[in-house]
Ligand binder design. Structure first.
Ligand code: MG
Length: 367
């Protein structure tokens, strides 16, 4: 069966006060999230019914995914009808672009119901006590209809043609379908499948759209005489220090690489080439600050970082907390998001042989 979808992005966003379909959640627009939910469910034949404020984003998505576009109308029903008129399929799922948290499961259940019964309207039983003009309604008899609302294409097209002929207006497709065909089937909905409606919804939707990414960084610097030993910005008294173009703070370098890795933004060598005089003997905490500014600008915040320094000598335990505090200060985060550990390699390998110090770090970012 040829299954297609209509994504509505022609609303006026009156209750939001700004176009909600082009707002970003977790680095993607609301409309993109809806479109990609359907693509994730295997539905690529899609028409976006847009109005002017969402035009650019709709055109971008249409070009990227090979989707069709239809002009939105002055009502929801008009927009749906305009989209249906340019379609040819067996089953059509109609979805509010602002319901960007829709899951594959909900989409597929709605489609399966339409394939079996001719209709599948995502809905959930009412949860709250419902009052109407001083009377409590029987909650068990009340369903809250969401989208997608999926139908046999011929039947919903005919229902919209009839609605247009008769001037029948409704706030959803289920009502239009019932106006011609009687009963409609409900399919699985969910509490999370909400429509982004008012400004305060952004706080609710934000964490549900967040993405976490983890990166790894590793660095080694050779021991040398006549150099300082700086780890995590702490100047540690020792007979030898670490060789490097900057202050050779191997811990901070591994952390920078882990953070850049999580954001897929390259590595420390690309950002701060050691061919550049600007970085000669520079305090690596300054490099950390600059790298973090870039990562933050890309929309990330820090979840945590965990580093291990492999070092035979000197003992680092007395300095660990100062390192954590230095790093937390630069990243402007709580110190408990930063973990630094040290391990001695039992005189094995180049670290155990006092040739070098190695640091390894993992870091998780979210946006
Ligand atoms: Mg280095």
């Amino acid at each position: 069966m040829r299954t297609a979808a209509v994504i509505l992005c022609a609303g006026a966003s009156r209750r939001m006060g700004r176009n909600k379909l082009t707002l970003e959640l977790g680095g993607k627009t609301v409309l993109r999230r809806s479109v990609e939910a359907f693509i994730g469910a295997g539905i690529r034949d899609m028409v976006l019914a847009f109005s002017e404020p969402a035009r650019d984003e709709a055109e971008r998505l249409a070009a990227e995914y090979g989707l069709k576009l239809a002009e939105g109308g002055s009502t929801r029903g008009e927009s749906v009808y305009n989209a249906l008129k340019v379609m040819d399929c067996d089953i059509v799922a109609i979805h509010d672009g602002a319901r960007c948290l829709v899951s594959q499961e909900i989409i597929l259940d709605s489609v399966a119901s339409a394939a079996m019964y001719g209709s599948g309207v995502a809905a959930i039983p009412a949860r709250d006590t419902l009052w109407k003009e001083g009377e409590i309604l029987d909650r068990s008899a009340v369903m809250a209809a969401q989208t997608p609302q999926t139908f046999a294409f011929d039947k919903i097209l005919a229902a919209y043609e009839k609605a247009v002929r008769e001037g029948y207006e409704a706030t959803d497709d289920c009502a239009v379908y019932r106006h011609m065909w009687g009963e409609a089937h409900f399919s699985k909905g969910s509490v999370a499948n909400q429509k982004l409606t008012v400004e305060s919804d952004m706080e609710l939707f934000g964490p549900m759209c967040g993405e976490q990414r983890t990166g790894y960084g590793e660095d080694t610097h050779r021991f040398a005489e006549g150099r300082r030993l700086i780890l995590g910005g702490v100047d540690i008294p020792y007979a030898m220090g670490l060789l490097g173009h900057s202050d050779a703070d191997v811990l901070t370098h591994a952390l920078i690489d882990a953070m850049l890795g999580a954001a897929a933004m390259g590595d420390i060598g690309r950002l701060f080439p050691d061919s550049s005089a600007e970085f000669k003997d520079i305090c690596s905490l300054l490099l950390l600050e600059r790298a973090w500014d870039r990562i933050k600008a890309a929309g990330y915040s820090l979840v945590n970082a965990d580093a291990t320094i492999v070092v035979q000598q000197p003992k680092l335990a007395p300095h660990i907390d100062a390192m954590r505090e230095n790093i937390a200060k630069v990243l402007r985060c709580d110190v408990d998001r930063i973990s630094v550990k040290a391990t001695t390699p039992e005189h094995t390998g180049p670290e155990g042989n006092l040739e070098c110090v190695t640091a390894r770090c993992v870091c998780t970012l979210k946006r």
